[in-house]
Ligand binder design. Structure first.
Ligand code: ZN
Length: 198
């Protein structure tokens, strides 16, 4: 039963890549994927995603609804501890690795996440080796990236982070749901918060 929900999510993401070239230009949708049968791991973000209804007809809405459907069965993760980001952040944030080295579908040469942040969160400056593209499915947030102007991104809009380019994000009066493909070196390495300079 949960496998069917994941297959539907994967298909909706494949359709998103087909209709939004900014994604397939960044990294091709992976063709060789193996179902990894990960056990579910619940975080509060699962309930928040499940409760977030959208009624649009675009491919972003289709991915959003498919993510709602897998939310109860997914292996929800976070990259940080309470010491890093605080309890409120952890209770309102989480992501699913849909495909990748440790994803619901295994592959070594691609990685793609569905990630959620509730409203009013500050995601502090962090870095990682892999390049990534944030693609907004629903909601909006203020994106900050070193060397680039701050920008509020909404549905269908993107921001690309280069390898080790510091970036931060802030949600204001809305939550955000994003699809985030990674590419390049050290695909399996997690992000790190930047050391505080003061
Ligand atoms: Zn990042």
């Amino acid at each position: 039963m949960s496998r069917a929900a994941f297959d539907a999510l994967l298909a909706s993401v494949g359709q998103l890549f087909a209709e939004r070239p900014v994604l397939s230009d960044f990294a091709p949708f992976p063709s060789e994927l193996e179902w990894a049968d990960l056990p579910p791991f619940h975080r509060e973000a699962a309930d928040l995603v499940q409760a977030w209804e959208v009624d649009g007809a675009g491919p972003e809405d289709a991915v959003h609804r498919a993510a709602q459907a897998v939310a109860p069965f997914a292996d929800w993760r976070c990259s940080y501890t309470e010491d890093d980001v605080g309890a409120v952040f952890l209770a309102n944030y989480g992501f699913i690795e849909l495909y990748g080295p440790t994803g619901h579908y295994h592959c070594e040469n691609a990685r793609g996440f569905v990630a959620y942040w509730g409203q009013g969160l500050y995601y502090d400056w962090h870095v990682h080796a892999a390049e990534e593209l944030y693609f907004v499915l629903s909601g909006e947030a203020l994106f900050r990236s070193e060397g680039m102007p701050d920008v509020v991104l909404t549905r269908g809009e993107t921001r690309l982070h280069k390898s080790w380019q510091p970036h931060a994000m802030e949600t204001q009066s809305a939550p955000i749901l994003v699809f985030v493909p990674w590419r390049g070196a050290a695909l399996g390495a997690p992000p790190q918060m930047q050391a505080k300079s003061n």
